[in-house]
Design a binder for this molecule. Structure first.
Ligand SMILES: *Cc1c(COP(=O)(O)O)cnc(C)c1O
Length: 387
């Protein structure tokens, strides 16, 4: 971590690990630099999407052959959601919650738009999802941990209700994988997607991963059919024949540099183990809530995350009318959190590298910013392109 920085934004972009840096150097200097095109086989680049997928599988309760990594979360979500919809012909509703991450909603809209059948995207409140699932529901598409508040869905309960009505569920685990234990197998989950650059630390733009339960593989069909998803890409056949299993989820050439750093950074998460990481994550979040509420009372903060850790991911969010300016002022004290419109100050506690002393100091610095009112300086209200 850069000197003096308290990094509470690993839920947005995980930091650079030694493992990822060393691996990138090796891939650049040796595999690409010296091995050139031969590295597709010599360095086994061609199997990176499946190999990295297999590593992710261990973190989410999936079988290795049920996960593959390749494109961004948005594109992967598009492919999976379209594939899920196609598995439920005749049903005309895609269901999501109104607070879902924007890309998830936009992608669901495009899946509905290009569907050969008339499909409606229905958005309801998160607490009304289960009762909104009916016999018209093709797919329920939800983000497991809400990006604003950190509120967690009961994956087993939602999945069970959906299955009882004949619907499929697609979980976005962008704020779950590497943050809290997930057991897709035990929940009998259908499909899932998740981000590679948040709690998995794969680096900016690292690819996402896709999960589909083995029982769905024989009938899986996704719309972005490219040569890498062909059963024999190097026969250069004029006719598309999908590869078996998750390999057909691939479209184009895998991003080898980004996949390599993700491959290396995943080892740290796997070695630490999700149960130990979760125990620490809960303790970090509880300490932060306790410290902030004790030190910042009367300063206009309201806890936006569930108070009960069972219902909370690995982040703590507070609402504040001028949350944007407060977060910017806090940056000057080298505490990096982020802001999510309209009024959420978001603090991610990635348990792999966040220390208890960081939590203690961050709460102290937040109290200083609020008490001194430094955030009122107009320069803290100037918004950049990325918040
Ligand atoms: C971070 C995040 C994404 C990111 O999508 P990209 O296509 O990788 O930019 C998507 N969905 C959710 C819920 C996220 O938290």
């Amino acid at each position: 971590m850069p000197d003096g920085v308290i990094y509470l934004d690993g839920n947005s972009l995980g930091p650079l690990s030694r493992a990822a840096r060393d691996r990138l150097r090796e891939v650049v200097d040796s595999e690409w630099g010296q091995g050139l095109i031969g590295s597709w086989t010599e360095a086994n680049w061609i199997n990176l999407p499946a190999r990295v997928g297999g590593k992710v599988a261990g973190l989410i309760g999936a079988e290795p052959q049920e996960v593959i990594t390749c494109d961004s979360t948005s594109i992967t979500l598009f492919k999976l959601l379209a594939a899920a919809r196609a598995l439920r012909p005749g049903r005309r509703v895609l269901l999501t919650d109104a607070g879902n991450f924007p890309t998830d909603t936009y992608i669901a809209e495009s899946v509905a738009d290009i569907s050969p059948e008339a499909i409606e995207l229905r958005q309801v409140r998160a607490d009304a999802i289960i009762e909104a699932i009916d016999d018209e529901t093709a797919v329920v598409s939800l983000t497991h941990v809400n990006y604003r508040t950190g509120a967690v869905y009961d994956m087993a309960a939602v999945t069970k209700s959906a299955h009882a009505r004949g619907a499929l569920v697609l979980w976005d685990l962008s704020h779950s994988a590497g943050a809290l234990p997930v057991d897709l197998g035990a929940c009998d989950a259908d499909m899932a997607v998740g981000c590679g650059y948040k709690y998995l630390n794969g680096g900016p733009g690292a690819p996402a991963w896709a999960f589909a339960a083995s029982r769905l593989h024989p009938n899986l069909a996704q719309p972005l059919t490219g040569w890498m998803g062909h059963q024999a890409p190097f026969e250069f056949s004029g006719r598309y024949e999908p590869a078996a299993g998750m390999r057909q989820m691939l479209t184009g050439t895998p991003p080898v540099l980004a996949l390599s750093s993700l491959d290396a950074s995943l080892d740290d998460v796997v070695d630490a183990g999700m149960d130990r990481l979760r125990t620490k994550s809960v303790a970090l979040c509880e300490l932060f809530i306790r410290q902030v509420e004790a030190r910042c009372a009367g300063q206009g903060l309201a806890l936006a995350s569930p108070r009960d850790a069972v219902h909370r991911g690995s982040q703590v969010s507070f609402r504040h009318e001028d949350g944007f300016a407060v977060i910017r002022a806090l940056l000057e004290s080298k505490v990096i959190g982020d802001f999510r419109a309209p009024d959420i100050m978001r603090f991610g506690f990635a348990p792999l590298y966040t220390r208890f002393v960081d939590v203690w100091d961050a709460a102290e610095k937040l109290a200083e910013v609020l008490e001194s009112g430094t955030w009122r300086d107009p320069r803290f209200s100037v918004r950049g392109a990325v918040t």
